[in-house]
Design a protein around this ligand. Structure first.
Ligand code: FAD
Ligand code: UDP
Length: 376
């Protein structure tokens, strides 16, 4: 269930390596999950659900995906808009020079940050992880309000891993991300997923909800990649999620902004404006920008982000205990394991689950098996 990374990787592996027959269902009318991309009316290739910057430190994961795509290397660069001007972001030596208004060195920056830093030995939340590295001035300039807008929580209520994702550097490396491999699928994500799912043993059924399919489909093993609380009918209450609203605008000009993403920590209701054309390298005389507005999760909204916070984790742990006991079902992916995972991490998780399934179900290749409901 789910035609995103978790579902597609497992269907591909089980079909191609074990000869299993796989039915991939998704309530959406397209494959790729949140990584889906499409061409808009103006012909601009857009990432449908927000910018998806592929990056990984794992050669195994890159090699796996490289069977289904060539890559377009990208150095992801962004800017942050604060105090009426663009700043180099994430914080690096160039940002420091902008701040002090003259050329500097890594040594001077390190010495200055050492003075600004709030001494905290083990940062326990997203406020502490930033102030313990750069002090309150830079925290308030770039992180505090962006985080409040994005999560509708105080940074101090969020795990350190949330703001801790953003690198802070004292050299001139101004790339948004630090992983070794940074590139986009050459023909886009959707084309890559289409190749993964193009196997005679795989059937893709779109526009089909889990509940409906569960009544109708006979299956031996279920890979569930949707929200884990939904699977268990929210028996312990609903897990918290953050949603988003995307507002695209096509402009009759080649480019709108200097980089693929500009963050707005303190101004506007939106958090960022993305002009993905900078990253895809598409040559086209018009451009489409997308303003991204954080939104509360509720009926009719997509649960884009699990919320990395202690209270949410405590509730998730109760669902995880049920999931652990559920026979014949694998819970895989960002929503099924309630983790703020990047794409490569979900691919890694799916490949690991495949190894488990392969050994646990040594007799998996039974393409003609017709069993109703999960295996007992
Ligand atoms: P999903 O892609 O969410 O797939 C789950 C699928 O299940 C969906 O297609 C959904 O429609 C389907 N589904 C759910 N419930 C049901 C149901 N009841 N019935 C039928 N189908 C159902 N990662 C990066 O590496 N780099 C980035 O730059 C990046 N940027 C991101 C930006 C945004 C705004 C978001 C939201 C995520 C971003 N990610 C990024 C994370 C990335 O999207 C995920 O890691 C990845 O897509 C997770 O794959 P998945 O298969 O677990 O889940
Ligand atoms: N963040 C911030 N200011 C920024 C960029 C990010 O405070 O300019 C914080 C914010 O809490 C955000 C988190 O860091 O949710 C992770 O940012 P990232 O860009 O990785 O988020 P994603 O692309 O997953 O939405």
């Amino acid at each position: 269930m789910g035609a995103g990374y978790a579902g597609a990787v497992l269907a591909e592996r089980l079909a191609s390596q074990c000869g299993a027959t796989c039915l991939v269902i998704d309530k959406r009318t397209h494959i790729g999950g949140n990584a889906h991309d499409h061409y808009d009316k103006a012909g601009v290739l857009l990432h449908t659900y927000g910018p998806h910057y592929f990056r990984s430190n794992s050669e195994r994961i890159v090699a796996y995906l490289s069977q289904f795509t060539e890559w377009h290397p990208v150095e992801y660069k962004i800017l942050s808009w604060a105090e009426g001007r663009h700043w180099q972001f994430p914080i690096n030596l160039n940002t420091f020079e902008q701040l002090i208004g003259r050329p500097s060195t890594s040594g001077e920056m390190e010495a200055t940050l050492a003075e600004w830093r709030v001494p905290i030995e083990n940062p326990a939340n997203s406020e502490e992880v930033i102030v313990s590295q750069v002090g309150t001035r830079l925290y308030e300039m770039f992180f505090k309000n962006y985080t409040r807008k994005q999560w509708r929580r105080e940074p101090s209520e969020l795990d350190a891993s949330v703001c801790g994702r953003i690198p802070i550097r004292t050299n001139r490396d101004d790339r948004y991300l630090s992983e070794k491999f940074q590139a986009l699928p050459k023909d886009g994500y959707t084309a890559m997923f289409a190749r993964m799912l193009d196997h005679p043993n795989i059937t893709v059924q779109l526009g089909t909800g889990f509940r409906e399919a569960r009544q109708q489909v006979k299956y031996r093993h279920l890979i569930f990649t949707g929200p884990v609380d939904e699977y268990f009918d929210h028996c312990f209450g609903q897990l918290p999620y953050r949603s988003l609203r995307f507002e695209p605008e096509t402009l009759n000009q080649e480019f709108f902004q200097p980089t693929m993403q500009v963050n707005y920590p303190n101004d506007h209701e939106f958090t960022r404006i993305v002009e993905i054309k900078h990253a895809t390298g598409q040559q086209i005389p018009v451009t489409t920008i997308v303003r991204e507005y954080p939104d509360d999760y509720g009926p009719g909204k997509e649960p884009y982000y699990p919320i990395p916070a202690p209270d949410a984790k405590a509730l998730y742990d109760r669902y995880a205990a049920l999931a652990e006991k559920e026979e014949g079902v694998s819970f895989v992916g960002r929503l099924a394991t309630y983790r703020y995972y990047n794409m490569d991490q979900v691919v890694g998780m799916a490949l690991t689950e495949f190894e488990k399934l392969k050994s646990r179900h040594a007799d998996l290749p039974r393409p003609n098996a017709h069993l109703t409901g999960p295996a007992k």
